[in-house]
Every structure is written in structure tokens, then in C-alpha cells.
Design a protein around this ligand. Sequence first.
Ligand code: S3P
Length: 438
Amino acid sequence: MDEVLRNSYLKGRLSGEIVIPPDKSISHRSLIIGAIASRELKEKIRIKNLSSGEDCIRTYEILESAGVEFQKVSDKELFLDAKKAFINPYEPLYCGNSGTTVRLLSGLFSSLNGFECEFTGDESLKKRPMARIIEPLSLMGSEISSNENKLPLKIHGKTLSAINYVSPIASAQVKSAILLAGLNAVGCTKVIEPYLSRNHTEIMLKYLGAKIKVGKDKTGFWTTVEKSHFEPKDIEIVGDISSAAFFMVAAAIVPDSRVLIKNVGINPTRTGILDIFSQTKVKYSILNERIVSGEKVADIEVCYTKDIEPFVIKGDIVPRLIDEIPILAVLAAVARGKSVIGDASDLRNKESDRIKVLVEGMRAFGVSVEEKEDGFIVHGAIKPDFDVELETHLDHRLAMSYYVLSLINRGTTIINGFNCCETSFPEFLKLMDKLKQF
Ligand code: S3P
């Protein structure tokens, strides 16, 4: 059921430290790649600090219905055993809100000769484009039928052949779908993308000993993969910078705040928000850098910053902060001047049409925003004082971005369907409450 959240101006500050929950993208990959490795090794794989967000639960459930067995150690830790996988599931596979689940698993399942399945999803996922994976996977020989390139997708697994695929977009979901199919294809598969998208699939495959290579030449950023043997290793998941981003921006805009966010993944393909913080003179420091299961991680401290400068997001930084654009729009609303977000038309294909819905939401808070085909322009320096009622359109990142803006809105903010933040971040309100000091 849709929950309504009513929030009002924070008459205080945000202060203290929190541990940020596990990364959603890496959690999906730990389950999927963990299953591939466990099946090949005929051994269990231990996964530590797994996301409890609904999206990752969808991936877990689907793997379970394809014969992967799980033994829970605790809330966030389990053993995965894929010795008997993969078997044909009886029922359609429900992916909920999760694009990563359907796109990555389409890659794996379409490479399993004789595997049959059907993917479905919620109202948001049913609207999202799937041609971006159907096309390359079909070129490899897979048989996928769809409802005009949207869900439901029916997959008939085949023995696939390697391809050289030049992706027109920088998308980690597309790249990962092809790499996961390529792991089981005949020959060496190559994916080239125009800008580097998040590389967690590549890092995890390398960490587990798979035959994966990456590089850059005049054609773009390339990755190759082939059939591989794996090494038995535990996988530990670092905290999610996309979840940390809400607290980072909240700390920067709520007067007198200082927040320490622990265990945040700082893979360079995800840290575009830190570049924007530097551009806008937001005060932050990176502490205690280390490597966990191949991924860079650190603690991030952010302090309230009085005069936040406006900023520009365009070109190769876009994939490095694609999921942070809603919360960076909040930062832009406070920044003193005009911020420009462009080259981001794929935002229209996310959990909602994030350009259209965000522009409407920001306007409700009194922000002057110009909508563009590939982004928007925000005229900042607002001090919102409005009673606002917003819809989340099943988009978790919009729900949490509106919440952060509501902390400085002197009117009452009502967010309908707020519980969609469970998709990635069920702990959001609890952690926010922990930091509020009155
Ligand atoms: C993701 C990749 C990105 C991102 C999404 C998660 C992933 O999508 O927006 O939230 O885990 O691979 P695209 O690949 O569509 O850019």
C-alpha cells in the first residue's frame, strides 16, 4: 500500500555518524556472479553485507526459483550454493521495480541452453525500454520475445556466440548483460562503450579470477570476457554512495550540520557527486580509504556550506553520477545561481521519467526550473516556504530527494507513496532520525 509521509522544516541540524547500507548494484552482482562462480566451482560462496532493499530481494528470489540455494547466516550475510542450478522456474519471474534484475539476469539466462523463463515487473518497470539488451543478446544468438521491447520478456536460452558490440549508450546494465552472456558464449566477447559506466561487474569477475580484460582506445572504453574458471572467495559488499548522497547533500544544505558517513564505496565510476561537491565548494573530506573485495571504500565527512556555487553536469561525468541527479537537483536549488544538467536524456528511462517528474516536483517547492530534452536548468538560491504535495511515481530516488528538500522547506511537505524508498534504502528514515539534533 502507498504510504504518505508528512515532513516539516528541521528546526535543528544534522549531526553524528552513520554506517551506510550495502551497495545495490554490487549486491545484485554478488548474487548473480556468486551463483555463476558457485556453480562452476561446485562450492558455496559466502556473501557479507548484502543489501536488504526490495530490488536485491527480487534478484535473490529469482535465483532461488532457478535452483540456487541460500543459507542465511544473519540479516545481511548468507551462503549461496548453486551446485544444482540452473533449473527452469515454474512461474513467471517477478522483478518488481528492478531494471538491474531483469537486464542482468536476461544476459545470464539467455546463455543457458534449454533454459526457459518469463520476466515481469511492476508498473514502473513495465514502461522501461528493453531493446537495449534484446538487441545485443539477439546478435549473440539468444531468442527473446517481448511486448514491443517492453516486459514481459520471454527467454529461450541457447548456446551463444561471442560478439564485438559497440554500445550506443554508456550503460552498466547493458554492458553487464552482455558480459554475463559472454561468460558462457563460444569465443571472446567484447563490449565497447562511449564513456565508462560503473564497472562493478568487471571488478567482481576479476576478483573471482575470471578471464576479463579492460582498456581504452579510440573506439571507446572496452571490456572483453571469455569462459572462465573461478576462485572460491568471500564477497563483501561496500556501502552505497548513491544512498550516502542523500545524507551528503542534506548535511551540505541544513545549517550547522556535520555528518560522518562510514563505509561508502568510492569506486571512481560512481564518484561524480564528489567532483560536483569540489566544483560547488561543498566542504567534505575523505577518510580511511581501503579496498574491500576489489572495491575502493572510505568514510566521508560533509559539513554545512553557506555559499554553494552553481554547477554544470555534462559529458563523461553523467554515467558517474546518473543516479544522483535527483539529489543534485536539490543541491542546485540551494546553490547561488544557474546550474545546468545536460547529456542526461536516459533519465527519462529510469524508475520514472526523472526529468519530467523532477521538474514538476521542484516547481512545487518554488524552484524555477527549465525542462530540456536531455536535462534541465535550475535557477537556485531558493528558501522554500510552501505547503507541497508530491507524487513519487514509484521512484525511490525522487522520494528521498524530496525528503531532503523538505528539511529546509518552511511549509509542510507531503510525499505520497514514500514507501517506494524500500526499493533501495529501507533504513533511510531511521538513519535520518538518528542524525537530527534539535
Ligand atoms: C545500474 C546501472 C545504471 C543505474 C542503475 C543501476 C547497475 O543504469 O542507473 O540504478 O546496477 O548496473 P544504466 O545501466 O541504465 O545506466
